[in-house]
Design a protein around this ligand. Structure first.
Ligand code: CP
Ligand code: NVA
Length: 308
């Protein structure tokens, strides 16, 4: 049966670890001079309803470096659900390509693509979650810290799609996670319930609150993201009023562990959720994290398409 990646909640801890391990092998092989063409003859179709730098380029380069190809399908071309129904797009595209990656507004659209596609479907960000980002993030934390269990990740900012995937991943993999969002901007109740359930199973802890200083206390990782995600532009002015106490700045970072690493999925709105001083400072791993999108997704593609 084909395997999709729609949400990390759908994967077992073993499956996530396996992707991370394959990613590690492929990164080492790449560092030693180049990858074997394990995806020779394979094509990835990439549907975008929203802009992208990292997701588009890292998936495209991942396919190229593994011997395959990727097709970029812009918002204007496919017009998912407008020019053609989502099921028909899935039925047709999956006759041509070996895997579909889609960046959508409504998470339901990526679920519908998966339901009607003959080939694996990867969620390249929806309003609900961003699992490929979280895979790269846990890969990065492992590289920097050597472990996940026993570490604390502090999220400061909006209870958004990236936090959802980090909550699922952390609680599946046994990492503690504390989130501080403004009141009214918490992750959805159903997301919280799943995270608490996974944490119980793995023995990790979850805290969802409103106090950034409490969240970063004793943190090994501080993570933030934009205050206004793609598709929420109409709320921007209101969010700019609410979110300033949730800025990751030097004073907040100083309250975490001395060796804390600071992460951001990027793109950053410097001067809003993160200061230049922190983004470019000694704790920042922002650009290693961005690079690891490439390696983590190679691991994912190898597992989905080459039975690694
Ligand atoms: N982090 C991330 O997904 O970046 P892009 O929006 O540029 O793909
Ligand atoms: N939360 C952001 C992440 C961008 C990679 C958004 O959805 O716009």
């Amino acid at each position: 049966m084909k395997k999709d990646l729609l949400s990390l909640a759908d994967l077992s801890a073993e499956e996530i670890w396996h992707i991370l391990n394959v990613a590690q092998e492929l990164k080492e092989e790449w560092q030693a001079g180049g990858n074997q063409p394990i995806l020779m003859g394979k094509t990835l179709g990439m549907i975008f309803q929203k802009p992208s730098l990292r997701t588009r380029v890292s998936f495209e380069v991942a396919m190229l470096q593994l011997g395959g190809e990727a097709l970029y399908l812009s918002p204007d071309e496919i017009q998912l659900g407008k020019r053609e129904s989502v099921p028909d797009v899935a039925r047709v595209l999956s006759r041509y390509v070996d895997c579909i990656m889609a960046r959508v507004f409504a998470h339901k659209d990526v679920e519908t693509l998966a339901a009607y596609s003959r080939v694996p479907v990867i969620n390249g960000l929806s309003d609900y979650s961003h699992p490929c980002q979280a895979l790269a993030d846990f890969f990065t934390i492992l590289e920097k810290k050597g472990t996940l269990r026993g570490l604390k990740l502090a999220w400061v900012g909006d209870g958004n799609n990236v936090l959802t995937s980090l909550l699922f991943g952390a609680t599946k993999l046994g990492m503690d996670i504390a989130a501080a969002t403004p009141p009214g901007y918490e992750p959805a109740r159903e997301v919280q319930e799943l995270a608490f359930r996974f944490a119980k199973e793995s023995g990790s802890t979850v805290e969802i609150g409103h106090d950034p200083q409490a969240a970063v206390n004793n943190a090994d990782v501080i993570y933030t993201d934009v205050w206004t995600s793609m598709g929420q532009e109409a709320e921007k002015e209101q969010r700019l009023k609410v979110f300033p106490p949730y800025q990751v700045n030097a004073a907040l970072v100083a309250r975490a562990k001395p060796d804390v690493i600071v992460m951001h999925c990027l793109p950053a709105h410097r001067g809003e959720e993160i200061t230049d001083e922190v983004a470019d400072g000694p704790h920042s791993v922002l650009f290693d994290q961005a690079e690891n999108r490439l390696h983590a997704q190679k691991g994912l593609l190898a597992v989905l398409l080459a039975n690694k």
